[in-house]
Design a protein around this ligand. Structure first.
Ligand code: NBP
Length: 502
């Protein structure tokens, strides 16, 4: 007979599951683990026995029935399987063994609508379901991820102590992640990067937007790099130094920091900068694409985020681009000699574009909460992204401060701090976008962020003409500037050219 010893269970022992299981064990919890293919579980347990200080708290099971029985009630079972059908298959396999009140926690990158569906189904069966975004990749899972859980408050209360223990911790004063965790010795103290996000799919939605922001953050850095390389003629090491310097101030972030490291890294085969040996094509799938698609569905102009997804799609057309480069011509590139001036300008373009990108992500979440009846705490969301995750940055504290000043803030750009930063940087930002256009260097994210800024701050846009066109060819009607909103008119464009109210 299996004894009930485990504080929690985990299914799915690929990269994320193994690392999260070890993180949980390092915090003193006994964890039962299971994997569809038992070989993977056996290998993991063998690895733990040899290399992991917390190995006695990780117990592997080959039978799902024994695995479930070993977990204390109400059971908490974390799924870290491939998102999609595998999650449903795992839930279906688990159901016969569960008892009322047991809690399934999906830590995969699930589509939030799937989480809503699963939560509803399981709650009707008497079980709880928490969808928890887990960010930070392999290292985050091992030593402290950013965790974005949602479900019922009762279920969250059960999970909260473990989730707070294993989450990344940030210094309460500096807001910086506390480093130094090693196997068996996790970080003590600090503010955990997790908080209750809301009901049903809210956690996975917020994780999705996080990933959308990650796409644009990375694309903006790539554009800054590309401009320095092509317009200023800088080599990888010099650019690495610039990113390292930027990492000392407002732009300080994990992505800027690793970019400095990447640019200084040599190719072990050739001795040249490794970045020059890497093929310039990137894939896009899952969460970045979902963020852009949902922005379209909700009618929120997250154009810079979408642009970052499209930039990857364009990069993937490598063979076509190589062929087109022989056919389509642009202007010759003219190197700029005033490096210091343009490095500062590119920095400003990057910072201003980043503000717009985050403004878009937060506006998207604000719209989604209306759509799905969530109550999101945007200041708290920015806080839990300060550590553990890929977009961790000093900047996030500014977002928390902005929502503390005004919880009903309509758009981040309207906050005093961000407004001032945009005002201060915009001249340089414009010059960078113009210079890039003059030289035929693509900067889709810088450009679309600037268009967003200019569009959002425009009391009038040319959609009046657009409405006229729509009314002309399709009698779609228009509102008038001199009448109350909600009154619609149609002009008989081809007949007597009279206007009627509809
Ligand atoms: P994968 O996404 O590669 O999934 C592999 C795991 O899913 C294995 O344990 C595999 O079992 C299991 N699995 C599959 Br595939 N089909 C299954 C099925 N029908 N029934 C049961 N189990 C099934 O692993 P990962 O990269 O560790 O990611 C796990 C989750 O975490 C994913 O949802 C991912 O999107 C998310 N995530 C990943 C990262 C990251 O950096 N990798 C970061 C944040 C979130 P098997 O061994 O029997 O094939």
């Amino acid at each position: 007979m299996t004894s009930t010893v485990a504080d929690i269970g985990l299914i799915g022992l690929a990269v994320m599951g193994q690392n999260l299981a070890l993180n949980i064990a390092d915090h003193g919890y006994t964890i039962a683990v299971f994997n569809r293919n038992p070989d993977r579980m056996r290998q993991f347990i063998a690895h733990c026995a040899q290399h992991e200080p917390s190995s006695e708290r990780v117990i592997g099971f080959e039978s799902l029935a024994d695995f479930v029985k070993a977990i204390k009630r109400p059971r908490k079972i974390v799924l870290l399987v491939k998102a999609g059908e595998a999650t449903d298959a795992t839930i279906d396999a688990l159901l016969p063994y569960l008892e009322r009140g047991d809690i399934i926690i999906d830590g995969g990158n699930a589509l939030w609508t799937d989480t809503i569906r699963r939560e509803k189904r399981l709650s009707e069966l008497g079980f709880a379901f928490i969808g928890s975004g887990v960010s930070g990749g392999e290292t985050g899972a091992r030593f402290g991820p950013s965790l974005m859980p949602s479900g019922t408050l009762e279920a969250w209360k059960q999970l909260e102590p473990i989730w707070r223990d294993i989450a990344c911790k940030v210094d309460p004063v500096t807001g910086k992640p506390i480093e130094g965790a090693v196997p068996g010795k996790p970080v003590q103290g600090g503010v955990p990067c997790t908080a209750y996000i809301g009901t049903n799919g809210a956690g996975h939605y917020v994780k999705m937007v996080h990933n959308g922001i990650e796409y644009i953050d990375m694309q903006l850095i790539c554009e800054a790099y590309w401009l320095m390389k092509n317009l200023l003629g800088m080599n990888a090491e010099e650019m690495g130094d610039v990113f390292a310097l930027w990492n000392e101030a407002e732009l300080s972030s994990f992505l800027i920091e690793i970019t400095a490291d990447i640019l200084r890294q040599k190719d072990p085969e050739t001795g040249a900068p490794i970045v020059d040996s890497i093929l310039d094509t990137a894939g896009q799938k899952g969460t970045g694409q979902w963020t852009a698609a949902n922005a379209l569905a909700l009618g929120i102009p997250a154009n810079a985020i979408a642009e970052a997804v499209f930039a990857r799609s364009l990069s993937a057309l490598k063979e076509e681009r190589v062929a087109a480069s022989q056919v389509l011509q642009g202007p010759p590139i003219r190197l700029e000699s005033d490096r210091a001036k343009w490095i500062q300008a590119i920095r400003d373009a990057l910072y201003c574009s980043k503000i717009c990108a985050y403004a878009q992500g937060f506006q998207l979440m604000a719209e989604a909460q209306k759509e799905y009846d969530w109550t999101l705490d945007f200041g708290s969301i920015a806080q839990i992204w300060r550590g553990g995750c890929i977009i961790r940055a000093r900047f996030l504290q500014k977002i928390t401060d902005a929502y503390a000043r005004d919880p009903g803030l309509k758009n981040l750009m309207l906050d005093d701090y961000f407004r001032d930063a945009l005002h201060k940087g915009q001249q340089n930002w414009r010059e960078v976008v113009a210079l890039a256009a003059r030289n035929g260097i693509p900067v889709p994210a810088f450009g679309s962020a600037l268009a967003y800024f200019d569009g959002y701050r425009s009391a009038r846009l040319p959609a009046n003409l657009l409405q006229a066109q729509r009314d002309y060819f399709g009698a779609h009607t228009y509102e008038r500037v001199d009448r109350p909103r909600g009154q619609f008119f149609h002009l008989d464009w081809s007949g007597d050219r009279r206007q009627s109210m509809t």
